[in-house]
Design a protein around this ligand. Structure first.
Ligand code: G6P
Length: 601
């Protein structure tokens, strides 16, 4: 999703901006642009509908210009207006001196644009963000200071968003946000603003997160104005260093798929023991609860489905998943614990859901990969899923991290509430501890068997995914990965539902992937599709097309239910989606139209 960067630095502004934009590429975008102040008080603006690398090449081809260290940059994920250079940010006012980058949606844009046009403003793009440049222009004409002009402008714009404005006459740069991420930091070489801290790289030791009402100016020191009476606290920034390094892998997705077994081991070492003695739950200092609602989107919602099942199966506790964008209708009874599941912690649908009146009485526990996110600040407590930076837009390792962390939280809470048989918690932990090995075995099998299978599916129009019980959510995740990566349709169903309609889709050669977690019923469903000539791909125990479900089938806990269900089945499905995408020539790290941090509703 849109990424903002800005700097006033003693180093080269274009170099910093392009490097920072590259660090934000993982968020997903379709066009990019920068504006850098020239020594004469103008600006060099460069925009592209290609990648940041193309912008860098074009910069290198330009005749040398005298540039200052002041500049702003943006990666755009189109909402209003098509993908074109004229719609790429930065946008300017009528004078060409106010430059704006924006992340978010201006809900009253049409109204504002009509008023501005009738007042004589000339627009040069179709995007909502351009109104900001003209509103700031009006304020400056009235003699208002740039920081106050931005403060007034953000008040006039309805909706959520982050804005950075550069006045190329003065080189001043100001930023503000409402319900959207924007962070500021200083180093000996300058001051910087960005949508997220990965843009700062190793330059800064700490950063501050803008709150609604703050207006910040890149100066030395950083200047705070706005409607708040104090400054936000500084948060230490520990730079992980090698996040963008592929370490010899062809793409980030391949690397992140491979990291999963080891990551599972680390997570279980960290939270496993505390899950079975209740310490994990106690450390959160949340009140007791009688029911659970897990809110999320996409892959995080699927991970939430596994965690909800653990609450239901082990604690006989009502637990449901709520699609964040549809949460307005959710009825959350008294003493409901809301678990907000989000790798980025910035998903606008989730943040908006939590603002709803129907959530007002609930305590919110965030399970997120980003402890500095808007969600982490909004929640009453957080548990980090500690998957490390995930660059591939389609989530892989964060899914596994969310499932394991979420299930550990569930077991810990149920233990504390006395809702799980205490003698059973140890066998649950033992089962969880097998996960790293099971994931590793599954990875080996998947890498061996899946690539030729994927090649066979190159001409298929789409794929059906089936499962039963805990397998249904994994089938959903498999179908989501395939859609995201290959742009082919993929649909999941509980296998028992097949005969109630979807079976009509199955004909000779239709690919059907089945999570075969065992039992006579799923065997019957497999027979039903086989009888109609489907191209069957079973993920199960020995004898399956992909025999990746090893010991989890042999040693079930609590009536055949593993704490995470057949988690290891997700790896072959991730590998299948990636391999088929490669066969079809897709960019597996940056699938079309998708974003990693979805900051619009
Ligand atoms: C986007 C991504 C998905 C992700 C979803 C939820 O749609 O493309 O991969 O699952 O957002 O993101 P979150 O950051 O809340 O987990």
């Amino acid at each position: 999703m849109c990424g903002i960067v800005a700097c006033r630095t003693t180093d080269s502004a274009p170099e910093y901006l392009c490097e920072a934009l590259e660090a934000l590429e993982y968020r997903g975008y379709d066009s990019v642009g920068i504006a850098v102040q020239t020594v004469g008080g103008g600006a060099l603006r460069l925009r592209s509908v290609h990648r940041v690398a193309e912008l860098v090449e074009r910069m290198a081809d330009l005749p040398p210009r005298d540039l200052t260290g002041a500049g702003i940059g943006h990666t755009r994920w189109a909402t209003h207006g098509g993908v074109s250079e004229r719609n790429a940010h930065p946008h300017t006012d009528c004078t060409g001196s106010v430059h704006v980058v924006h992340n978010g949606i201006i809900e009253n844009c049409e109204e504002l644009r009509t008023t501005l046009v009738s007042a004589g403003h000339l627009f040069s793009s179709d995007v909502d963000s351009e109104v900001i440049a003209h509103l700031v222009e009006d304020e400056l004409v009235r003699g208002v200071d740039l920081a106050a002009a931005l403060g007034h402008t953000i008040e006039l714009c309805e909706g959520s968003g982050a804005i950075v404005v550069m006045d190329s006459h003065s080189g001043r740069i100001v930023g503000a946000s409402r319900h959207a991420p924007l962070v500021v930091a200083a180093s000996p070489n300058g001051t910087f603003l960005a949508s997220d801290i990965s843009a700062f790289g190793p330059r800064v030791a700490s950063f501050q997160v803008l709150r609604d009402g703050d207006v910040v100016e890149l100066a030395v020191p950083v200047r705070w104005t706005g409607t708040n009476t104090d400054w936000p606290v500084a948060v230490a920034h520990t730079w992980a260093g090698t996040e963008l390094d592929l370490h010899g892998y062809p793409d980030h997705m391949a690397k992140e798929i491979d990291e999963q077994p080891e990551l599972a081991g680390r997570i279980l070492d960290r939270v496993g023991a505390d899950a079975t003695n209740g310490a994990l739950w106690r450390s959160l200092e949340l009140p007791d609860f009688d029911r659970v609602a897990i809110v999320g989107c996409g892959t995080s919602l699927n991970a939430g489905g596994i965690v909800a099942a653990a609450f239901r199966r082990f604690g006989i506790m009502p637990a449901e998943t709520v699609i964040a964008s549809e949460a307005a209708d959710a009825v959350l009874g008294p003493r409901t614990l809301v678990i907000a599941m989000s790798q980025s912690g910035e998903t606008a649908d989730i943040l908006h859901a939590l603002d709803g009146e129907n959530f007002a009485h609930c305590q919110v526990l965030a399970i997120t990969n980003n402890p500095h996110s808007s969600l982490a600040r909004r929640a009453n407590a957080i548990v980090e899923c500690s998957a490390g930076h995930e660059i591939g837009v389609a989530a892989t390792k964060t899914f596994v991290a969310q499932v394991l962390t979420g299930v550990a939280v569930a077991i810990s809470a149920l233990h504390e509430l006395g809702r799980v048989n205490r003698s059973n918690t140890q066998s649950i932990l033992d089962d969880l501890r097998r996960m790293p090995d099971l994931l590793a075995q599954s990875l080996t099998v998947a890498k061996d068997i899946v690539p030729p299978l994927a090649a066979e599916l190159a001409d298929s129009l789409g794929v059906i995914f089936l499962g039963r019980g805990a397998g249904v959510v994994y089938a959903a995740e498999g179908a989501l990965k395939l859609k995201e990566l290959t742009y082919r349709w993929a649909q999941h169903y509980p296998a028992g539902e097949l005969k109630h309609g979807p079976l009509a889709l199955v004909e000779e050669g239709t690919p059907v992937v089945i999570v075969d977690s065992g039992g006579a019923r799923i065997a019957g469903n497999i027979a039903e599709v086989a009888a109609r000539g489907a191209r069957l791909i079973t993920i199960g125990g020995a004898g399956s097309t992909i025999p990746a479900l090893g010991r989890s089938l042999l040693a079930p806990v609590d009536n055949g239910f593993q704490p995470c269900g057949p988690l290891e089945c997700v790896i072959p499905m991730q590998v299948l989606a990636r391999e088929l995408a490669l066969v079809l020539g897709r960019d597996v790290d940056k699938p079309r139209n998708l974003a990693k941090s979805v900051t619009v509703e």
